[in-house]
Design a protein around this ligand. Sequence first.
Ligand SMILES: Cc1cc2nc3c(=O)[nH]c(=O)nc-3n(C[C@H](O)[C@H](O)[C@H](O)COP(=O)(O)O)c2cc1C
Length: 220
Amino acid sequence: MEDKKNEILSAYQFRHACKVFDTNQKISDENFHFILETGRLSPSSFGLEPWRFVVVQEQELREKLKPVAGGAQRQLPTSSHLLFILTRRESELKFDSEYVTKLMKEVQKMPEEVVKFVSNMYRMFTEIELENNEQLIYEWACKQSYIAMGNMMTAAAQIGIDSCPVEGIDREKVASIFHDEGIMNKHEFGVACLVAFGYRSEDPHRQKTRQSIEEIVVWR
Ligand SMILES: Cc1cc2nc3c(=O)[nH]c(=O)nc-3n(C[C@H](O)[C@H](O)[C@H](O)COP(=O)(O)O)c2cc1C
């Protein structure tokens, strides 16, 4: 147990926002699928899995994205795998949308009467908590996507793979590029963020800094 805990904590220490990756080292397909699997298995509110993962490996497309990804200038050309996390928009997440209905029936395999019950609860949740507001619903869905992102970065670190989460992108412009490329429909999905994966080309320039546990935890 102690060994396991130390191993996990050292992965958290190992993970840092890697700025430049070693272009000579590629993540194996098997390892990258392992990372994706931890994203797939991530939890989401009502189990709606509002994410979609786009892995951009084509150099030409990466070049196209460079001017609209200011926060990833060094990661974009050097990362072994560049993963964009898309999130479903409000229309896709309506209680009676094709997506939600299919998810409950075909993925979660709910019987008809359970679908009715859960989708009614979900309808009330979106009406009361999220005010049926397009932006609030989209942001709520993005929160779920960030859980998958965190899990994938931690899993990567546990097998010695570096990563960098990036929000420094012009989301609308990235969405338009993906839309024009036929990667996604921008009326159905938005671009939440990206994560670059690979192997560091040098050790981090600075020590990991965090507030102490006492500063961030309240016990009552
Ligand atoms: C949601 C999110 C967005 C981030 N956006 C960027 C970014 O656009 N570019 C970048 O180089 N780092 C980005 N970072 C990395 C943070 O700056 C970094 O995680 C933080 O400074 C802590 O350092 P550490 O991850 O090395 O421990 C982002 C991190 C998170 C969680």
